[in-house]
Structure formats: C-alpha cells, structure tokens
Design a protein around this ligand. Sequence first.
Ligand code: FAD
Length: 292
Amino acid sequence: MKLTSILKSDKLSLSFEVFPPKTDTAFESVECAIEQIAALKPPFMSVTYGAGGGTGKYTLEIAKRIKATYGVPMLAHLTCVSSDKKTVHAQIEAIRAAGIQNVMALRGDIPAHLEDADRSNWDYHHAIDLVRELRASGADFCIGGACYPEVHPESKNQKEDLMHLAQKVDAGCDFLTTQMFFDNNLLYNFLYKAREAGITVPVVAGIMPITNASQIERAIKLSGSHMPRRFLSLVDKFGSDPAAMKQAGIAYATDQIIDLFANNVTNVHVYSMNKPEVAAAIMANLSDILGK
Ligand code: FAD
C-alpha cells in the first residue's frame, strides 16, 4: 500500500521507525524486537538505511519480512551520497522487485573522512538527485523526503533550507518526515513557513522518546535539536534512575504527540529505536485518541 492514502486521510496515525542490525549475528535479536513492534499493527513502519553502519541488504530484508508476515505497509529508506549510480540503481530495482512501494529518499550524512574531499566527480550531491532517479526509474513509488524544523545543520539559514526543500518536493516527493524535535512550537513555526514556501505535501512529525540519559547527547549530536528546559529538568531529576527515566521519557513523548494531534498534525512517526516496550507504551497511552 502506498503511504499517500494513509497520510492524506484525516485519521490520526502513529507509525514507527526501526533500524536494521549492524551485523549478521545481531539479526535475530533485532528482528525479534522489530516483529514485536509490527505486531502492534501500526499504519506503517519505516526501516532506516545504513545509519550507524547497517547495510542496505538488511533494510530490504526486514521491510520484506514485516510486510509479508504482518501486512504492515513498509517505507524503505535509501541514501545516495556515498554511493555510485550502479549501486543506487541496483537498490532501486531490488526495492521495486520486493514489492515495496514506499521509499524515503535521503542524501545521508557525509562521512567524516570525506568532508573536505573534492566532490566534483560524485554521482550524488543531494537527496533531490535520488528523488529524480526514483521518479525516472519508472516504478510507481510513493517517495518521502526529510525536512528539518530547526534547519539542517549545513544550511546557512531557514530561507535557504526551505528553498531547497521546495525544490526537492517539486522533483517528486509525496510527503516529508521531520527530524526529531522536543518543542512543538518549533514544528508549528516550520509548518507555517513551509506552507508559505509553497510546500503542500503532508508533513509527518518525527518524535524521539528519550528513555535513557545517554540517548540525549547522541540525539543532540545527530539532530542539533533544542532541548527545552522542561525536558532537561526531567532528565536532571530522573536521569540516574533508568526505570524512572524511561517512564518520564515515554510520558514526555506522549504529551508531545497529544499536543500535535490536538493542533491538527495528523501523522506522527515515532523513532522507536527498536524498543517494542516503548512503542507499546506510547500506543497504549493513546489508545482512545487513536480509536484502538
Ligand atoms: P538534502 O535534502 O540533500 O539536504 C542536505 C543539505 O543540503 C541541506 O542543508 C539542504 O538545504 C542542502 N541542499 C539540498 N539541496 C541542495 C541543492 N540543490 N544545492 C545546495 N544545497 C542543497 N541517514 C541515514 O544515513 N539513513 C537513514 O535511514 C536516515 N533516515 C532519516 C530520516 C529522517 C526523517 C531524517 C530527518 C533524517 C534521516 N537521515 C538518515 C539523516 C540524513 O541522511 C541527514 O540528515 C543528511 O545530512 C541530510 O539528508 P537529506 O536527505 O535531508 O539531504
């Protein structure tokens, strides 16, 4: 199923992101956690690509298995910047052949050792190049792109970031998913400016439940997200007690999601970090709101 039919409906949706294992030996335990999330029957799930050293092989393998076993519509991520055309074309063909209709088209982070490299002969520079290739492949994909309520760290300013985002959407994105954020007002400001920039595709809000104190540093490093005082107080108080921090992090994410739904954001994607108990707890907290 294409995600556009879910994202364009008025029905509130709560979906989950998972990431593939980094090694063969980790496959079974990761798959088991992912299957427990799939058993919650979310409207869709996404599987990241290459993040943290995983491989494309596992992304597709997991997407195929979850779709076949649980019937959950899948969104396969694909990055392009450290790949060549041959590899990317093979991945696109593999996704199509696996019957996965939804692809998140990403640039990927520039590997640290290539930051100062001569990029003139790279096959891909930005996610828009991948969006164009996916469209040109002839497969009838529903294509997603990433967006940044707090501005992508490499952009000079929000105006420039939104201009590039609008070009990416025009090249063929059917929807956008946001980077994580911890202050909903940042999203509301972003949505207003995105609409003003002519971006009218559905925007899925990405929420990361922070359930242990060590996750915070990594989340800030990855996303540059602003941590509101209210959230930091919670970490100060409960950060050294794992069970309490988990409960508080789930409550904070739940509160953020309720506020988003109350303000007409209909699609929320939870960066569930392969933690089925976190996904299940958030879903249970919202059971009546989601009508389940
Ligand atoms: P782009 O859209 O190319 O944007 C990157 C930067 O380039 C921005 O500053 C943009 O303004 C600028 N830009 C865009 N087009 C142009 C242009 N034509 N000229 C000049 N500048 C331009 N990473 C992974 O490795 N695997 C994943 O699975 C993954 N999933 C993600 C999912 C989401 C929802 C998000 C928000 C991020 C994800 N990432 C993932 C991280 C992502 O790869 C990085 O944030 C990366 O740095 C940017 O990717 P992008 O697709 O947003 O790039």
